[in-house]
Write a protein that binds this ligand. Structure first.
Ligand SMILES: [Zn+2]
Length: 400
């Protein structure tokens, strides 16, 4: 592992490939990274080694039985690289009043058909075993960013008890070979022309176990965060996530929590800041010792007409781009920036053409992934501090 200040550049070994960190993981909520074909995703422009799947969404639809029948999530969506699945805890928390939390788990009504559903640490682990992801997240409870101390404490303690139950259920499921990503021999034969083998050199087999990550909670209370780190590390996980941030708290609060929490996590294991953030946020968090990120911003904002560029955000619907012959980002070498002008992209967006969202999503993902490539390079060459200063100054200089 190379370090530069608190920033770290390392390798995350999974059974479906070695992943260079710091890494940005595109979000594939319902089994698709919205707006991007897998062929494009695997092309040189983007080429992420790991993407996310959302347990909550996939559990509700198509349902775990369908995914089991289809041989797990990799085979269902035809993706042979690594997957991380979240636990559903955050999505259930987002339901607000429509859910009821007990010691046992969370009762809620499905957003799809209003049916009563129940999610618990054990059920989340069972679903994630069936999905067969490389990295499984514990089932946690997320308190609002501004939660008062007592509420935040109850939530953190519940998360801690659920982490123990997640660990136990996970270990049992591994022993029972319930993990569908593991059973390579029982996966149905590949369709003609469909590459089944892992393309990365040096990856011996797909039979390794899933990894399980713990999640540190505690809202904006540093004392609770410290206690949550202790309890979570004591249970023991393959990696550690910092959860419950970017949920409405002020940015300085988030940075204080990250800067005080990350150094307390085991140095040799990956640290994952969940649901964060903008490209500037990623660079900032890397400087505090974070290794992994996921966020819907590049895809969601792309569909809404917003591009992330090396000079900050650009809203393509603005009339100032109507006849602009420049690329979205003159510093970006992605297929969209090589080929199309801002004027054309704006025309597509204003006309309601679906290609607008597809092209903006492609560029945004390229920009996020390329930023992380440059971050890794800078850390390895001992120039991360300079990189960060230049990157931040440029992003804040404004799009011309
Ligand atoms: Zn581009």
């Amino acid at each position: 592992m190379a370090t530069d200040g608190a920033a770290r550049a390392g390798l995350l070994e999974t059974r479906r490939g070695t992943i260079e960190t710091p890494v940005f993981m595109p979000v594939g909520t319902a089994g698709s990274v919205k707006g991007i074909r897998f062929q494009e995703l695997e092309g040189d422009d983007l080429n992420p080694r790991i993407i996310l799947g959302n347990t909550y969404h996939l559990w509700l639809r198509p349902g775990v039985e369908t995914i089991k029948q289809c041989g797990g999530l990799h085979r269902f969506i035809s993706w042979n690289r690594a997957l991380l699945t979240d636990s559903g805890g955050f999505q259930v928390w987002s339901l607000g009043d429509r859910r009821k939390i007990t010691e046992e788990g969370v009762e809620f009504r499905s957003q799809l058909d209003g049916s009563a559903r129940f999610l618990s640490p054990e059920i989340s682990m069972e679903v994630q075993a069936a999905l067969g992801s490389e990295i499984v997240m514990v089932f946690d409870e997320c308190a609002p960013g501004q939660a008062p101390l007592e509420q935040a404490r109850r939530s953190m303690e519940l998360t801690s008890r659920w982490a123990v139950r997640s660990r136990q259920a996970f270990d049992r499921l591994q022993r029972e070979h319930a993990d569908l990503g593991r059973i390579a021999d029982e996966i149905p034969p590949a369709r003609p022309g469909f590459a089944r083998s892992v393309s990365l050199p040096g990856v011996p087999s797909l039979s390794g176990a899933q990894a399980l990550f713990g999640i540190v909670q505690g809202s904006s209370h540093l004392e609770l965060r410290r206690e949550s780190v202790e309890r979570t590390v004591e249970i023991g996980f393959d990696g550690y996530a910092i959860g419950g941030l970017s949920v409405g708290e002020e940015k300085p609060v988030m940075w204080e929590v990250v800067s005080r929490t990350a150094p307390g996590l085991p140095a040799k294991q990956p640290r994952y800041l969940m649901g964060v953030g903008t490209p500037e946020d990623l660079v900032e968090a890397v400087s505090l010792g974070v290794d992994m990120f996921d966020c819907v911003l590049p895809t969601r904002n792309g569909r809404n007409g917003q591009a992330f560029t090396s000079r900050g955000k650009l809203n393509i619907r603005n009339s100032q781009w109507a006849q602009d012959q420049n690329a979205l980002d003159e510093s970006c070498g992605c297929a969209v920036c090589r080929r199309h002008t801002r004027a054309y992209l704006r025309h597509l967006y204003i006309s309601g053409e679906m290609l607008a969202g597809i092209l903006l999503t492609h560029h945004n993902l390229a920009f996020f992934l390329d930023t992380m490539r440059r971050v890794r390079q800078a850390i390895r060459s001992g120039q991360f501090r300079e990189f960060r200063q230049e990157f931040t100054a440029r992003v804040n200089s404004g799009v011309e």
